[in-house]
Design a protein around this ligand. Structure first.
Ligand SMILES: C[S@@+](CC[C@H](N)C(=O)[O-])C[C@H]1O[C@@H](n2cnc3c(N)ncnc32)[C@H](O)[C@@H]1O
Length: 358
């Protein structure tokens, strides 16, 4: 059993059952044992595969989105090109390659990577070192300036709280210990104190989620957009209109895993509630567009044309490229579950791929 599990057991014995966000934060971000502090989780040998690792087309199209948004901003010379949770740097590498001929773009932006994982920071250095990136632990450390921001599968990796409706009221859902339980199976969900906020009543056993860490980061982004202008594109899996229910899941070796087994050993994620992110952005003074589904978004940005160009330049790869397009846009794969939300400063026109304000 890991040192982290023992430390969490001791904490529960000392303070009582833990809020889910505390458990997730420890499992993901504990400086010594946290899942996102100790490994590269991506790819065939890891726990999951993300869109930029499926095909270069994903990062290329988002790069074009960012460069077009920069032009819509009036091509400022001091823009911050920011990625939250850049993984191996694949998305940003593809984005920068695809935009190298956009006149003035590369000369006008400085690259900022918000990343806490030292293993992935090394991979990002290998992929993006030529662009002189600056690394930051948190959004608050970014310098001032107009913002061009991209985040793919970042918000789903942030800790959430859960609430359960029971005996006529919402209560916190916490993580306790089943004393005498088998080691490894002794962390259990418990019903905690009544919720300290008002939610609409549910049915007995209903679960709802709140994402305080994601909301805090979203507000920071939106406040910067309101103050300095710019555009942000957030892609993730989640719901467009409303609550997520119980969406907590753990992935290990590309398979579902028990989220309470061996904390720190599996990726813990939750679906993103895009409607509440959009509302938080508007409250902070930014404009929100979407969310729209990833499939139509990538199609509007021209994925079919890009696939055609790549296939013609190397016909031996055309089968693989066709499969990648299917994986990214098909409603039965990533095309519907994954969604894109755009945020802009108040003066910015409608960004590419989006038709209406959220
Ligand atoms: C699911 S991976 C996605 C990686 C990449 N965006 C991609 O699409 O391949 C999540 C990324 O966010 C980083 N991350 C997770 N929590 C973070 C936090 N609180 N602050 C900064 N980075 C974080 C991880 O280390 C990783 O780079």
């Amino acid at each position: 059993m890991s040192g982290l599990a023992d430390a969490l057991r001791a904490e529960i014995r000392r303070t009582g059952p833990l809020p889910l966000a505390r458990y997730m934060d420890a499992a993901l971000n504990d400086p010594t044992h946290g899942y996102y502090r100790t490994r590269d989780p991506l790819g065939a040998a890891g726990d999951f595969v993300t869109a930029p690792e499926i095909s270069q087309m994903f990062g290329e199209l988002l790069g074009v989105w960012l460069a077009y948004s920069w032009q819509q901003m009036g091509s400022p010379g001091d823009a911050l090109l920011v990625e939250l949770g850049p993984g191996r740097g694949t998305l940003m590498g593809d984005a920068l390659r695809a935009t190298q001929r956009v006149p003035g773009f590369h000369e006008s932006v400085t690259l900022h990577l918000v990343e806490t994982n030292p293993v992935l920071r090394r991979a990002q250095h290998a992929a993006l070192g030529a662009f002189n990136p600056m690394w930051h632990d948190r959004i608050a450390n970014l310098p001032p300036g107009p913002l061009l921001l991209v985040a793919n599968e970042f918000f789903d990796a942030l800790p959430i709280d859960q609430y359960i409706f029971t005996k006529g009221a919402w209560h916190e859902r916490r993580i306790g210990l089943k004393e005498g339980g088998l080691e490894g199976e002794d962390f259990v969900f418990t019903v905690g104190p009544p919720a300290d906020r008002v939610f609409p009543p549910g049915v007995e056993g209903a679960i709802r989620e709140e994402a305080p860490a994601g909301h805090a980061m979203l507000r920071q982004i939106a406040t910067r957009l309101a103050n300095f202008g710019g555009a942000a594109i957030i892609v993730d899996y989640g719901t467009a209109n409303g609550e997520t229910g119980d969406s907590l899941q753990a992935m290990r070796g590309h398979a579902r895993h028990d989220p309470l087994f061996e904390p720190g050993s599996a990726d813990l994620t939750a679906h993103v509630d895009f409607a509440s992110l959009a509302a938080a952005a508007r409250q902070a003074g930014a404009t929100a567009f979407g969310p729209i589904e990833q499939g139509p978004f990538l199609e509007t940005l021209g994925i079919a044309h890009r696939a055609d160009v790549l296939s013609k330049s190397d016909p031996t790869q055309s089968g693989k490229i066709g499969l990648a397009v299917k994986r990214l846009v098909s409603p039965t794969e990533m095309g519907t579950l994954f969604k894109a939300l755009a945020l802009t400063g108040p003066q910015q026109p409608t960004p590419p791929g989006f038709a209406e304000k959220a």
